[in-house]
Design a binder for this molecule. Structure first.
Ligand SMILES: Nc1ncnc2c1ncn2[C@@H]1O[C@H](COP(=O)(O)OP(=O)(O)OP(=O)(O)O)[C@@H](O)[C@H]1O
Ligand SMILES: [Mg+2]
Length: 246
């Protein structure tokens, strides 16, 4: 499990995360909701060790990571899979090479074993026969699934998704949501998803946390979250479910 206490991070002289406290529980899907620019991606980057906090504590399975040297930190980072905002596939590598990218480094398998594994992970995200294609020839939904396959191919304990459904049509969004739920069951994984998409959050989350002005304004299961009387949560829900639209 991940324990975060008093996490504080400023960037360019501005506080972005202000004393955040939250636990990420084993086996859950925790969704982080919040408006654009509130610090959702910065939050993920701090936990995964891509950014260092100014102060506070981040314990990953009992290891305090905030003061770790790079070598120790990189061992902890192997526990994580990350699907970055905007896919971040390598454009000049084939789909198979993209999926194999993490595996080669981590597990010392032969090329034939890797090829079999690549096909296996692609089929987990419901993709077939795309191994030799370049990312540019795929649809956004397919790229998103390749990105997902690449991150599960390292067999992480924790997987972080930054805006996995942004830019997808409702049907593809639904396909991706169902895929998350299936993978969660199959892989025994703990997930943190960042999104603005409230319907995706309701559909797949065990708990939803709402980030506002650098603090967690609410964290609860979807049913309770919908009923929150926090003013900022209500506003966000109303705007994103169309109530305030004219
Ligand atoms: N490397 C950086 N240097 C300086 N400022 C940064 C950096 N990264 C992020 N910020 C600032 O920190 C704030 C939070 O950024 P962040 O990317 O976490 O927002 P977000 O909630 O993920 O937004 P979005 O929903 O648009 O992705 C923003 O004001 C952003 O400009
Ligand atoms: Mg972001």
């Amino acid at each position: 499990m991940i324990q975060i206490r008093n996490l504080y991070k400023s960037l360019a002289g501005q506080p972005v995360l202000k004393d955040i406290d939250i636990d990420i529980l084993d086996g859950e899907i925790l969704t982080l909701l919040g408006g654009s620019g509130v610090g959702k991606s910065v939050f993920l980057k701090n936990i995964i060790g891509l950014m260092r906090p100014d102060r506070g504590s981040i314990r990953i399975d009992e290891t305090e990571i905030t003061a770790l040297k790079l070598k120790e930190l990189s061992k902890i980072q192997r526990k994580f899979g990350m699907v970055f905002q905007g896919d971040a596939l390598f454009d000049s590598l084939t789909v198979a090479e993209n999926v194999a990218f993490g595996m080669k480094r981590l597990s010392g398998l032969s090329m034939a074993q890797i090829a079999r594994k690549v096909t296996e992970y692609l089929s987990m995200v419901r993709l077939e026969g795309v191994e030799d294609k370049l990312p540019e020839s795929l649809s956004i939904g397919m790229k998103r699934r390749v990105s997902l396959a690449r991150s599960i191919a390292t067999r992480p304990e924790y997987i972080f998704y930054d805006e996995p459904t942004t830019g997808l049509d409702p049907i593809t969004t639904d396909v991706i949501c169902n895929l998350f739920l299936d993978l969660q069951k199959e892989l025994d994984i703990t997930s943190v998803m960042v999104t603005h998409d409230i319907s995706t959050a309701y559909k797949i989350s065990d708990r939803i946390a709402f980030l506002h002005e650098g603090s967690i304004a609410e964290v609860d299961n979807a049913e309770e979250f919908k009923k929150s009387d926090n003013r900022h949560v209500r506003n966000f829900i109303d705007i994103n479910t169309g109530i305030l639209r004219d």
